[in-house]
Write a new protein. Structure first.
Length: 181
């Protein structure tokens, strides 16, 4: 998608830390992922999703998404670093948090969603180490009354289920598989 920067957003004398995602100008899928992310995440409200604060498109190539800053970074920074090992109660909380986010996306949201890219780098940890699912650039809405399949393969190799690869379709079951990895 591009680079992520730390910033400060001031509003009426109140300042807060934010994360600003900038679409890479060289990204082929940049505009499509930007639109998908704004369209989908702006409809969703859940304690285990990274909240979108705002977005910016200047009419040119500049595409920005502004999110609440997750103070403890992404889960992969803790999984793959011997210095940042999470205690077992925190790990348990992360598993429950991501599971709650998926339950909301798949069954409880007014418009259900298939994320299609569940992986540790898309699970963010807030200041209290609560898990927040982010990066909805590959997500798709599920139409009511239809099967929960999308039309194309998307995601990160190693986290995509075999059925998705063979059939060329992602589903809520694909998200659950990726969650289990």
């Amino acid at each position: 998608f591009g680079s992520v920067y730390r910033g400060i957003l001031s509003d009426g004398g109140v300042s807060r830390d934010v994360a600003v995602k900038r679409v890479a100008e060289t990204s082929r899928q940049g505009w499509k992922e930007f639109v998908a992310e704004v369209r989908i995440i702006s409809r969703l409200r859940h304690r285990n999703l990274v909240p979108l604060i705002g977005w910016c498109h200047d009419g040119g190539d500049e595409l920005l998404l502004v999110y609440e800053l997750m103070a403890n970074g992404s889960l992969d920074a803790h999984i793959y670093s011997p210095e940042n090992v999470l205690p077992w109660p925190v790990r348990y909380g992360v598993v429950l948090g991501v599971g709650a986010a998926l339950l909301y996306l798949h069954q409880e949201a007014e418009q259900r969603v298939v994320h299609r890219d569940i992986k540790p780098s898309n699970v963010m940890l807030d200041a209290s180490f609560n898990a927040r699912l982010g990066d909805f650039g590959l997500a798709r809405l599920i139409e009511d009354g239809r099967r929960s399949h999308t039309t194309d393969i998307a995601g990160t190799m190693g986290y995509i289920d075999a059925e998705c690869i063979l059939a060329g379709k992602a589903s809520v079951e694909s998200d659950v598989y990726s969650y289990g990895i």
